[in-house]
Write a protein that binds this ligand. Structure first.
Ligand SMILES: Nc1ncnc2c1ncn2[C@@H]1O[C@H](COP(=O)(O)OP(=O)(O)OP(=O)(O)O)[C@@H](O)[C@H]1O
Ligand SMILES: [Mg+2]
Length: 458
């Protein structure tokens, strides 16, 4: 890391030189100046991180230097060095942007400590800013890859809604990019420097979801050993993204509804009403209308959420996105895995274009990641795709629909087992030991199962 640059401004030569020498020894790059003009010029001509300035130095004072410097570049840290009797003035200077002050005669340990702290703070601030910029860049709308008019329309609504505080409901199948869109909305909104709090409602057990969202007081329930702010409170000024909102229990829906109407809520176990400013975005892959019909979702809550509705189309309805996404994911995973993979063979490409993608973009992404890792050359071949992609059409047996076998899962498994045994027997021409071998079970076990399912040996 490059050393920090400190400017020492003092009209007393001995003071100036001993302080500069001390700081140089501590590893800083040090410039010095004997009055306001020299100091101000040094700031204009150099990149300076921190200034230590005397107050009285003939001509304009250190306070004037502080104001001029802050006008020029508010990022420069200024520390005032003042006589013990004039501390009040120095404190007042902090309103003009001074970071702190030191009293003369200087205690060098104190000087070092204060400078170290000031620069550390600066470093953190700039790192923070950098991280935030990276995050923002990562979640731009322009990073959402699409070529489809259907999707363009969706993104158009999303972009236009970013500036408002209106609630948004994003609906779409799993893996279509709902979360991607929610994040892009937050980072395109005036709330982007405030938190985006994501709550996956399906991942939190029903009994905990209320306290997770609204927080709780100490002792509100067994296990609440400490008071805790909920996610709603943490999102103040920012955006709350309720993922899988269909999984929110009815009792909590009421509270969210009230929160949406008035911005008010209470922590669990508290009578105090809190108010925050939060924008709500919700997403779901469930059919909320159907849930309303079954009394599993509150209609009033639905209408409050659904002020702006965004329907993210499944990938099979925007196949023109597939080539772009393939390209994008090849680049991404080639880089991540340090591989030279650049493209995809015609055959593999055709297979990917024909596929239906029940798991949507996420599924395509996983397919490409896997293929890039497995690829033996710089081209993805069809062999690099999972096996279901290269079995011949004639060999394909599609799994039966869920209601093919009756009953609950246990009954379905049993019916399926009966089916398998009957088939194995038939294929082995009712040679029991052959059938047992093909099924990977003992003959005794086979006979037991035949008896259980009432299968005859012919
Ligand atoms: N248009 C797109 N461009 C680039 N990447 C995308 C696009 N759409 C989705 N993805 C990627 O696909 C994956 C799934 O997206 P996301 O998590 O937003 O989907 P989702 O709709 O929230 O899914 P789920 O319902 O399963 O939570 C992510 O890795 C995301 O980065
Ligand atoms: Mg999601």
């Amino acid at each position: 890391m490059k050393p920090f640059t400190i400017l020492v401004v003092d009209d007393e030569k001995i003071q100036r030189e001993s302080l500069s020498g001390f700081l140089r020894k501590k590893g800083y790059r040090v410039l010095s100046a004997q009055n306001y003009d020299a100091g101000y010029n040094a700031v204009k001509e150099n990149t300076i991180d921190l200034i230590l300035t005397d107050v009285k130095m003939g001509g304009k004072s250190g306070y004037e230097l502080l104001r001029s410097v802050k006008e020029l570049n508010p990022e420069i840290t200024v520390i005032i060095m003042t006589a013990y009797g004039n501390v009040e003035e120095a404190v007042a200077a902090m309103k003009d942007g001074a970071y702190d002050y030191l009293t003369k005669p200087l205690d060098l340990d104190e000087v070092e400590l204060l400078i170290h702290r000031a620069l550390q703070f600066k470093l953190l601030k700039s790192e923070n800013q950098e991280l935030r910029q990276k995050l923002e860049a990562k979640h731009r709308f322009t990073n959402i890859i699409t070529n489809s008019p259907l999707m363009e329309e969706v993104l158009n609504v999303a972009v236009r809604s970013a500036n408002s505080k209106t609630s948004i409901l994003i609906e779409g199948e799993s893996g279509t990019g709902k979360e991607l869109i929610a994040r892009a909305i937050h980072y395109a909104s005036p709330r982007k420097d405030k938190p985006l709090i994501v709550v996956n409602c399906a991942a939190i057990t029903e009994s905990l979801i209320e306290s997770e969202l609204f927080g709780h007081e100490k002792g509100a329930f067994t296990g609440a050993v400490q008071a805790r702010a909920g996610r709603v409170e943490k999102a103040d000024g920012g955006t709350l993204f309720l993922d899988e909102v269909g999984d929110v229990p009815l009792s909590v829906q009421v509270k969210l509804l009230r929160f949406l109407q008035f911005g008010e809520f209470q922590r669990l176990g508290s009578n105090q009403t809190l108010k925050v400013d939060v924008r709500l975005i919700a997403a779901t892959n469930r059919d909320l209308h159907e849930m309303i019909a079954r009394n599993q979702f509150r209609e009033d809550f639905y209408y409050r959420l659904n002020v702006i509705n965004i329907q993210v189309p499944p990938l099979r309805k925007r196949k023109e996105d597939i080539p772009l996404l393939i390209d994008h994911f090849i680049k991404k995973y080639a880089q991540e895995n340090h591989k030279d993979v650049r493209s995809i063979s015609r055959e593999a490409f055709d297979l990917l274009m024909k596929y239906d993608y029940p798991g949507n973009v996420r599924e395509l992404e996983n397919l490409i990641e896997r293929a890039v890792v497995l690829a033996r050359s710089d081209i993805i071949e069809k062999e690099d795709l999972p096996v279901q992609f290269h079995v011949k059409e004639s060999q394909k047996t599609s799994a039966p629909p869920l209601d093919f076998y009756p009953g609950n899962i246990r009954e379905k498994i049993e019916a399926f087992e009966k089916d398998l045994i009957a088939r194995a027997l038939k294929e082995a021409n009712f040679n029991q030991s052959k059938a047992a071998r093909n099924l990977g079970i003992s003959e005794r076990n086979l006979r037991y199962k035949m008896q259980k399912y009432g299968l005859k040996n012919s």
